[in-house]
Design a protein around this ligand. Structure first.
Ligand SMILES: *Cc1c(COP(=O)(O)O)cnc(C)c1O
Length: 350
């Protein structure tokens, strides 16, 4: 058996790679696209699919863009990569930097990063600094630091991140044999919705699809600057990966929305948590809270009659539920502890 091609190799023709670009890989991409029967029954949409990006090597879609951003940084002779992060970008940057033999520095909002993500950045050997502020502050700081030179900035303002991330749209078109009618996606810094729109347009041009989907982006109500049309100074949501008040890719997200005939809407934390629980208990898919915003949005539009003409929908589940064990445990009933006897366990389960 020969190993599957890496993301860079498989999509080289569509990516800005040269013969000198290192063929860096941790096995990213090629993630499952699985059917969601419970959501189909609930929403009346004939086909609902989940793009399970939590199956990427570090547990989020960030790996698709990071593999290319770090490979290009290495190609350019950089020795240090740097990013601001709500957690997943840091985990991914730290892993690919380790793999490529580069140093990695990450700046995080203190006290706002899910435990799994923080443990990854530390385990992969990154220099981690937590700032007393939000993600938007962290991004401003790393942009300043990177402008001094010497470090490659690998946030999604790095165009290679968007290029790598667009490959998810290619995969969806390949797997379905056509573009879906609608793509539901969480929106934080808005790099991913930008990347999907680029990927779907290029899929259509390359003949992988005959058309492009409507992009339906969802922000958390307490962190919905694009929906409101104004920067949110103190964004607040349980979905920490999309807790962003001033998205770097704001303009391209609006373009993706408008050119695709889609929408960007807000979902509440309660709706996000309901979708999060439903995905785990009814579909067997454990994603992180931010990821569930896509499904919360699908359900909310279905209730409001906003899915007319949608026969095939894909929801992007951006990250793995194991990233944020605290949220899962906090929502669960307390764990019961009993004597180590069959009788006691039988009684407890009754
Ligand atoms: C980064 C991230 C998002 C948001 O993606 P943007 O490109 O910032 O809009 C959503 N969910 C998860 C799990 C993420 O890591």
């Amino acid at each position: 058996m020969s190993p599957r091609l890496s993301l860079i190799e498989r999509y080289a023709a569509h990516l800005p790679v040269t013969a000198r670009t290192p063929r860096l890989s941790l096995g990213e991409g090629g993630t499952p696209l699985i059917r969601a029967p419970s959501l189909q029954a609930e929403t009346g949409v004939a086909e609902v699919w989940l793009k399970v990006e939590g199956a990427n090597p570090t547990g989020s879609f960030k790996d698709r863009g990071m593999v290319l951003a770090v490979a290009k940084a290495a190609e350019d002779g950089a020795t240090l990569v740097m990013c601001a992060s709500t957690g997943n970008t840091a985990a991914s940057a730290a892993a690919y930097a380790a793999r490529a033999g580069l140093r990695c520095a990450v700046v995080l909002p203190a006290g706002r990063v899910a435990l799994g993500k923080l443990s990854q950045a530390i385990a992969f050997g990154a220099s981690v600094v937590a700032v007393r502020g939000g993600f938007d502050d962290a991004l401003r700081i790393v942009r300043d630091l990177a402008a001094d030179g010497g470090a490659a900035l690998v946030n999604s303002v790095n165009p290679f991140r968007i290029e790598g991330q667009k490959t998810a749209a290619f995969e969806i078109c390949e797997d379905l044999g056509e573009a879906p009618d609608a793509l539901c996606i969480p929106v934080g810094n808005a790099g991913n919705i930008t990347a999907y729109w680029k990927g779907f347009r290029e899929s259509a041009m390359a003949g992988l699809a005959s058309r492009t989907p409507r992009l339906l982006g969802f922000q958390a109500e307490g962190a919905a600057p694009i929906v409101r049309g104004a920067v949110v100074e103190r964004p607040e949501t349980i979905a920490t990966a999309i807790r962003i008040g001033n998205p770097a890719s704001w303009a391209t997200a609006i373009a993706a929305r408008d050119e695709s005939g889609g929408a960007i809407e807000a979902v509440t934390d309660a709706e996000i948590l309901e979708a999060y629980r439903l995905l785990a208990t009814c579909e067997g898919v454990f994603c992180e809270p931010a990821s569930a915003a896509s499904v919360a949005g699908l359900r909310s539009r279905a209730r409001a009659g906003g899915l007319r003409g949608v026969r095939v929908a894909v929801c992007v589940l951006t990250g793995n539920g194991l990233k944020d064990p605290d949220t899962a445990i906090r929502l669960a009933p307390e764990l019961r502890e009993v004597d180590a006897s069959t009788r006691a366990v039988r009684a407890a389960l009754a």
